[in-house]
Structure formats: structure tokens, C-alpha cells
Design a binder for this molecule. Structure first.
Ligand SMILES: [Zn+2]
Length: 239
């Protein structure tokens, strides 16, 4: 059976599996039909995002906002294609905006040998540059289908953000925590500051939500906040 182009995870919210469940984008659709897209996967994912949109009966002209959780090639890679198709610019936290515009990632945490080697081998880990419109700040509530709150959770990258959609009860976590064969930390060497990633992940235990929509791994709809709290309690922050 073909994999669904979009998986409905809450009222008006869909997950777009872009590399199986391993890399996800998201669609939020308001009652008036306006669509917000969050995260665009790798460079080859752009057409998949557009196909997912079509699969729920919306088109490029319905898209009124584009967002990124952070400027990494597995999230921003397909952004240039989607911007071209929809004629919209991207919103991203102000601290990641320069990287999105340059099509590069922030320097990896150089305290890890593998990060130093990766940086040497792969340079800045480029993706097609993204045109940034709005530069977002922590606590900002975007006018998206009843309100979407920007939750700045730096560490994975300087401007990494989660997005909390109050109306549907969905928290788009970003890369602070992965749900790949269980909850786990992101790969240390892909973080710009791993200790800070661990520290700010605690913000995900605070919000009021009923579905945790992970950018890596399937979503959790059964007591997700309790799962995340348990994960944080059993995986203490290393300073
Ligand atoms: Zn990622």
C-alpha cells in the first residue's frame, strides 16, 4: 500500500512524512481554508510537500504562511521549492534567519570529535538559500488558525523553535527531542550546543498540548506531555 501523503493528527493538522516517519513536515489549515506549512524536509522533499497539500484538497494559493523550526538541511532543504510554488517567504526565529538566508547551518558543537570531523568533511552543510520574511521571537503568537505560539528552544541550533497550536492542542517539537524508536536526544554532533539543547527541551514539558508532533519520528497522541516529562526525568541534563 502506498504511504499516505499526509497523516491527519488533529483537527485541521496533518503530518507530512517526507522520509517515511523519519523526517516530517506539517500542514495547519484554518476553518477559512488558509494554510500554514511548517518544515520542508530535505532538498528533494519540496514536491512531496506540495503533493501532501493537494492530497487534503488545498492548493498553492491557499498557503498564506510558511514556517521553519530551524535552518538545517533536513528541514529547510525543500523550502526554496515550496517558496517558489506558493510565492511566500518563510518565517523563522530571528537567530536562525541568517543561516536560512545563507543556506548554511550554524557551526556544530565542536566539543565533539565527530562534529569537528563532520565540519571538516562537509563544510557548512549547505541547502538552497531561503528568502526570510518574518523574523520570529520567543512567545510571539502568530495569526494561524486560532494562534500559533513560537517557543524558542535553542541548542540544536541558535534559533531553533517549537510551535504550539493552542486550538488543536498540537505541539510541533522541532529537533529538541526525537521520537525514533522511543524518545531520545537528537544526535549530539548535529547540535550547535548539545548541553543547551538538553536544557531548553524542558520547555516542551510546560506547554498545554494533547499531541506531540515530532519533526523526527511519529507523533504521540496518548499523554505526550507525560511521556516527555518522564523522558526528561530519566535523561538528566549533563553540564
Ligand atoms: Zn532535523
Amino acid at each position: 500500500m502506498a504511504r499516505a501523503a499526509a497523516v491527519r493528527i488533529a483537527s485541521g493538522v496533518w503530518r507530512i512524512p517526507l522520509l517515511g516517519d523519519f523526517v516530517n513536515g506539517f500542514i495547519l489549515r484554518a476553518a477559512d481554508g488558509q494554510v500554514t506549512l511548517v518544515d520542508m524536509g530535505i532538498k528533494q522533499s519540496g514536491p512531496k510537500v506540495m503533493a501532501a497539500l493537494a492530497s487534503i484538497g488545498s492548493g498553492p494559493s491557499d498557503v498564506t504562511r510558511l514556517l521553519l523550526t530551524h535552518a538545517h538541511p533536513d528541514h529547510a532543504g525543500g523550502a526554496a521549492h515550496v517558496a517558489e510554488q506558493t510565492g511566500r517567504d518563510f518565517g523563522i526565529h530571528e537567530d536562525d534567519a541568517p543561516y536560512a538566508e545563507a543556506g548554511t547551518t550554524a557551526q556544530r558543537d565542536q566539543s565533539f570529535l565527530v562534529a569537528r570531523i563532520m565540519t571538516k568533511l562537509m563544510g557548512s552543510n549547505a541547502f538552497p538559500p531561503v528568502t526570510v520574511g518574518e523574523r520570529l521571537t520567543d512567545g510571539q503568537v502568530l495569526d494561524v488558525a486560532g494562534g500559533l505560539e513560537v517557543v524558542h528552544t535553542p541548542g540544536h541550533s541558535p534559533g531553533h523553535a517549537a510551535y504550539l497550536h493552542r486550538e488543536s492542542g498540537v505541539l510541533i517539537t522541532g529537533d529538541s527531542i526525537f521520537n525514533v524508536r522511543g524518545l531520545r536526544w537528537p544526535i549530539k554532533s548535529f547540535c550547535s550546543n548539545f548541553a543547551l539543547t538538553q536544557k531548553t527541551a524542558h520547555r516542551l514539558a510546560e506547554g498545554d498540548y494533547t499531541t506531540a508532533a515530532f519533526t523526527h519520528g511519529p507523533h504521540l497522541a496518548d499523554q505526550p506531555r507525560e511521556h516527555i516529562r518522564r523522558f526528561l526525568a530519566t535523561h538528566p541534563t549533563v553540564d
